[in-house]
Design a protein around this ligand. Structure first.
Ligand code: TRP
Ligand code: ZN
Length: 866
């Protein structure tokens, strides 16, 4: 008992260095499910084989289930014991057949790991360690087995029975029940197991692979949602063709099924042949989904499909290698999405996400390397660092190796490790072998946390001539890693002539490998302006001494769209940080002029324009400051927004009117026009124009699509006009019963830039439609509020108390989702004492809560230490 209490108070860490290969392999597993929401029986028959030279007993992981029986080689036995979360069975020989029977209760599973019920559908989520909540098994990714699954269930309530692989048979039973059998010929780890039982309708598609395999595609949803599955199905077909063309990877089964459920901890899950999705990443029609939602659906559908190779055919040896599949697969889905529309805009969006989610993580108490060294709870490591920084690592490899060697390295990796569980090191070694490039120093990207800072300074003799670019790097200390070595930083750079605007030095790839280096450019005929980290070739923070005038030049003339956007961002950021620190309006004029130039450039893609004229977020401004001052940041940003709105009033009207409403179409061009209109509307409102609210309300009422409707609602909900409440009420009434759209209603209010948002959010937590039991709903209010820097940090700490209360309550239902929402509180060291003291007190209150999960304990306690 004492042991149990102590281990609760200090959960044990799992360390990468402790990896030991499994003592037993399980080549085959037969599963039988007697499905019932209140009591499901699971019988698992495992063929087990001892690893040569090992003498360990068989250890099977299991949690939250009632063990009913154990048999070995067909004979019931009592010769087993429970040790913590393991069933330990001493076995004499080298090969046995072990059968266990357990009972579980899907309808009481609120943590949504294992087998659970979502609106009457029974479904599973096993990654990372959910399979142990279904049956006893070595629940680790390096034990690969062939699965054969039978299930029986009430035919009326659960007419559709799905599992991984191919359907083998089905039939009726007594008592209104029926059964189905599925077989997956590909050995897989337990985290890829899935089954679904429910009353589902299907949208079917077909895909023929390059080699002539006819694959039947199915998207399974509630009958009423069937009309919203077309976009997802189309995205799946595009993704299948893309992976053949770009990576030479074909699909390998005769069926590929996707099921959408409303209660899901993450975006989606790549179970072999049976992906399970959060319904928000499947369901779309113009009336309920924004352009952003459509894009996200394509990306996530492609992501999960791409896992069939990067994750399933080649899986991870242990969870420290998670980025092996996630970073690589994000890189692959980014490439896919870039090919569907504007690659430049996609890159801007991806960098924006990295800066919003990963840079703060890397700079805070939860910083960890792309390949972590230890964890208390693996679910806490499905992070922006593993996913998004991991993708940047793959991108750097592609940049350094070039497309031909990169593709050769990927093919070598897929071929060599097919059917096995691999490591990040295996991947890098393949890249090295295929290219002949020495990647010794590159490996530091996997082991060192923290965002490198690069200082870049170009000095030149007056009037042109020889120029020297001095580059220096510094990798900041992070928890547990006080001292860092210099990394290899691939920096694309180019020099422009200040007067003529032409290229002085064509783009080149500089590899910064030392702490500092100087690159010399001889014989330049004009004054040079530096364009650096073009395309965001390295995930670093560049500190340059470029003047506002040079940044303005680049924002108008750089031929790399990302660099052009970046120059604009830097100009805005410098202005906003100066404004927040001193209250001054220093470079307002330069920003306004630069925006005017962008708006006047007829050659620019509207989607790019919309990105380029958007101000950096409040939190990104805060990230640049020694101490974050939420009120000063908000004030500085609003002042600049107002100025841009007023000075360019005519241009915003023009932009709003020249792209008049057109019948909805989801094309890159139409999307871009909608985006420009929405940005223009927000600047019209920022200018304080008397008719802003009525323009927004007219758009709200006449819109034939959710993008325009929500864009107008956002503008209204940020303001104080009387139209605000009318629009919110109409929106609510129109979409009553549509939970994905109601999420938007909650989220829009939680993100509002009004003075009373903290109070509005607290009141919404008591709304009849609010529930912590649904992760999407919890995120739409609690998660969005935590991202609203000014309101979350409202003086007095009401926001902190609210978040802590909600997290403590959510932790009892769903620890994984609770832990994901903690990071805003963990940033306490970045704030002045009045706030940091209050934030710390709430973290301490969380840590001291009796019965806290490992998940929330790890995030809160590390946030206090780090
Ligand atoms: N592997 C999933 C992905 O594609 C992530 C995931 C889905 C997940 N469900 C989860 C991670 C539950 C942790 C817990 O990215
Ligand atoms: Zn993934």
């Amino acid at each position: 008992m004492l042991d149990a209490l102590q281990s609760l108070a200090h959960p044990a860490a799992t360390r990468r260095s402790d990896y030991v290969a499994p003592a037993w392999s399980i080549p085959d597993i037969r599963l039988h499910f007697d499905l019932d929401p209140t009591a499901t029986r699971v019988r698992a028959t495992l063929s087990v084989e001892r690893t040569a030279g090992r003498h360990d007993p068989l250890r099977l992981d299991g949690a939250g289930q009632a063990l009913l029986s154990v048999t070995v080689d067909g004979i019931a036995t009592d010769d087993w014991r429970i040790e913590g979360e393991q069933l330990v069975i001493p076995l004499a020989g080298d090969a046995h057949v072990v059968t266990t029977e357990v009972e579980i209760a899907p309808d009481r599973n609120t943590q949504l790991m294992g087998l659970y019920a979502s609106n009457g559908i029974l479904c599973t989520q096993c990654e990372a360690e959910g399979f142990r909540r279904i049956t006893y098994f070595p629940d680790r990714p390096d034990v690969l087995s062939r699965y054969s699954v039978t299930m029986a269930a009430d035919k009326l309530r659960f007419p559709v029975l799905l599992a991984n692989g191919d359907p083998i048979g089905a039939g009726d039973l007594d008592d209104g029940r029926h059964w189905a059998e599925w077989n997956d010929p590909f050995p897989k780890p337990s985290y890829l197991f899935a089954l679904v039982a429910g009353d589902l309708a299907v949208n079917r598609g077909a895909f023929t692979t390059r080699t002539g395999r006819e694959v039947s595609l199915g998207i399974w949803v509630r009958e009423a949602d069937l009309a919203k599955t077309g976009h997802a199905l189309h995205a799946l077909e595009l993704a299948m063709a893309w992976d053949e063309r770009v990576y030479g990877r074909d699909y390998d089964l005769d069926v590929f099924n996707i099921v959408a459920v409303d209660d899901f901890n993450f975006g989606a899950m790549e179970n072999k042949g049976l992906n399970i999705f959060n319904s928000r990443y499947i369901l779309a029609d113009p009336d309920t989904a924004t352009d952003y939602d459509y894009d996200a659906i394509s990306t996530v559908v492609a992501h999960e499909y791409f896992h069939n190779w990067s994750g399933n055919r080649v899986t991870c040896r242990d969870w420290f290698q998670l980025s092996l599949k996630e970073g690589f697969t994000v890189y692959r889905d980014q490439g896919f999405s870039a090919d569907q529309g504007s690659a430049a805009v996609k890159r801007i969006e991806d960098v924006r996400t990295l800066r919003a989610a990963q840079f703060p993580e890397d700079a805070g108490p939860l910083a960890h390397p792309v390949r972590p060294e230890s964890y208390l709870e693996i679910s806490n490591f499905y992070t922006a660092t593993i996913y998004n920084k991991g993708a940047e690592l793959i991108r750097m490899l592609a940049t350094m190796l070039g497309p031909v060697a990169f593709r050769a390295g990927c093919e070598l990796y897929f071929d060599r490790f097919d059917g096995t569980a691999a490591t990040c090191e295996d991947y890098v070694a393949c890249m090295e072998e295929a290219s002949g490039v020495d990647l010794a120093q590159f490996r530091l990207w996997y082991s060192q946390a923290g965002t490198p800072r690069v200082s870049a300074s170009l000095t030149q003799q007056p009037g042109g001539g020889r120029a020297e670019l001095r580059l220096a790097q510094q990798v900041p200390a992070t928890p547990g890693q006080p001292v860092k070595s210099p990394m290899v930083l691939p920096l694309r750079l180019k020099l422009f002539a200040a007067a003529s605007g032409r290229a002085l030095v064509e783009e080149q790839l500089a590899l910064l490998t030392d702490t500092s280096e100087t690159i010399v450019f001889d014989g330049l005929t004009e004054r040079a302006i530096l364009s650096i980290n073009r395309g965001f070739s390295a995930p670093v923070i560049v500190e340059s001494d470029r003047t506002a005038e040079e940044l303005a030049f680049l924002s108008a003339h750089d031929d790399d769209p990302f660099a052009r956007y970046e120059a604009m961002q830097q100009l805005m950021l410098d202005t906003l940080v100066a404004g927040a620190v001193s209250g001054g309006h220093g470079h307002h004029h330069a920003v306004v002029t630069a925006i005017a130039q962008i708006l006047a450039d007829p050659d620019l893609d509207p989607a790019f324009v919309a990105e380029a004229v958007l101000l950096p977020s409040e939190s990104f401004i805060g990230d640049q400051m020694a101490t974050v001052e939420p009120d000063a940041i908000f004030a500085a940003r609003e002042a600049l927004r107002t100025e841009i709105g007023r000075q360019l009033a005519d241009q915003w009207r023009h932009a709003y009117d020249t792209a008049p409403p057109e019948p909805y179409a989801y094309t890159p061009a139409a999307k871009g026009r909608r985006r420009v209109r929405s940005v223009a509307l927000s600047y019209i409102a920022a200018s304080g124009a008397a008719d802003a609210a009525s323009i927004a309300f007219a758009q709200f009422e006449s819109a034939d699509n959710m993008t325009d409707r929500q864009g107008a609602l956002t503008t209204l909900s940020n303001g104080t006009a009387m139209e605000r409440e009318r629009a919110l009420d109409q929106f609510y009434d129109r979409y009553a019963g549509n939970s994905l759209v109601l999420d938007k209603w909650f989220q829009t209010q939680a993100l509002a830039t009004r003075d009373d948002t903290a109070a509005v959010v607290a009141a919404l937590a008591g709304h009849p439609d609010f529930t912590l039991a649904n992760p999407n709903r919890a995120r739409s209010l609690i998660g969005a509020f935590g991202a609203n820097q000014r309101s979350f940090h409202v003086a007095g700490g009401a926001g902190y108390r609210f978040l802590a209360d909600q997290l403590i309550a959510l932790d009892r239902l769903n620890p994984q989702t609770a832990a994901k929402l903690l990071p805003p509180l963990g940033r306490w060291r970045r704030f002045a004492e009045d706030r940091s003291t209050l934030m710390r007190a709430e973290l301490e209150r969380i840590v001291a809560t009796p019965g806290l999960s490992k998940d929330l304990f790890e995030q809160a306690s590390k946030s206090l230490e780090g």
